[in-house]
Design a protein around this ligand. Structure first.
Ligand code: FES
Length: 131
């Protein structure tokens, strides 16, 4: 498996939130995220816990804060349920807004013109890291 570093963004809105992981923190193996799938990662406890999710496309991984820009709710109802049925877009299950996997921009629905908060993620030696 290639270990090409992949960074999805340098924006840092997420870093101001409670329980935000540190840059460089290890998330675990790349293979924990199915190719073409998504996985949630949670840091901390309680109502302010930090929730983020990753979407994987081959060796590319895209990270986002799990907060919808519409009503600031988590996107998913079920564990790791972040994508449309065909896996081509991110879908918020609250009111079905659609987002681009590659940059989190709103494509359709309640979040048209808005975007998910990007969390940069790097793949190194088959492992995922924040930053
Ligand atoms: S909270 Fe996500 S579309 Fe409304």
């Amino acid at each position: 498996m290639s270990d090409t570093p992949t960074v999805s963004s340098t924006e840092a809105v997420w870093r101001t939130r409670a329980f935000a992981p540190a840059v460089g923190e290890r998330l675990g193996p790349l293979d924990a995220v199915a190719d073409g799938g998504a996985k949630e990662y949670i840091f901390g406890v309680g109502l302010n816990r930090f929730r983020m999710f990753l979407v994987r496309k081959g060796q590319r991984v895209f990270g986002y804060l799990n907060i919808c820009p519409h009503y600031s709710l988590p996107l998913n109802h079920r564990e790791d349920e972040f994508l449309t049925r065909d896996g081509d877009r991110i879908m918020c299950r609250q009111h079905l807004a659609l987002f681009a996997i590659e940059d989190g921009r709103g494509l359709e629905g309640a979040c048209d013109g808005r975007a998910l908060d990007i969390i940069p993620v790097t793949v190194r030696d088959g492992e995922l890291f924040i930053g």
